[in-house]
Design a protein around this ligand. Structure first.
Ligand code: HEC
Length: 135
């Protein structure tokens, strides 16, 4: 009897373990937010960290914010044709210069998502360097 109980618990435990590890795997593959396709350039780590923290929630392929998605999807930039990429980069420069992003309404709810001056400069410098390669 004891053996039976032991065997049942072992079976149960191993089923648990396999299903847990499976669900972990599938959640990894569906989290597309950070998956950036290889292309013309790679985001430098410091740039990606800022974008991921402060811009990605609206500007990603799965975003529910259609207006934001229409304007900019960070994951698309590396595979864009150069003139289109350049246009997007100029757009980013504009919002950085004007301090337009993230939108004010969003910041009133999440004030910690505001770009610091330093972060804004890092992003701006990155757009300049990339524009120099693209143009
Ligand atoms: C809360 C959601 C949200 C976040 C976070 C956000 N954006 Fe936006 N973004 C928008 C929306 C919405 C638009 C479209 C605005 C419009 O059409 O008026 C937009 C538009 C833009 C545009 C195009 C602007 C234009 O007029 O050409 C750029 C570039 C941009 N965002 C960059 C950024 C950057 C850089 C960050 C991070 C610092 C960021 N966004 C964070 C929602 C967001």
């Amino acid at each position: 009897m004891r053996l039976f109980v032991l065997l049942t618990s072992i079976t149960f435990l191993s089923i648990c373990l396999t299903s847990c590890s499976k669900s972990k795997k599938s959640s990894e593959s569906t989290s597309s937010t950070k998956e950036i396709p290889a292309g013309l350039f790679e985001y430098p780590e410091n740039v990606l960290a800022i974008v991921d923290n402060k811009c990605m929630s609206c500007h990603n392929p799965d975003s529910k914010n259609d207006k934001a998605k229409d304007e900019l999807i960070w994951q698309d930039l590396p595979t864009m044709k150069k003139p289109f990429l350049a246009k997007k980069l100029y757009g980013v420069q504009e919002v950085l210069e004007d301090g337009e992003m993230p939108p004010e309404k969003f910041l009133s709810k999440y004030p910690d998502k505001e770009l610091t001056k330093e972060e804004s400069e890092i992003l701006y410098k990155w757009t300049e360097e990339l524009l120099a390669q693209v143009n």
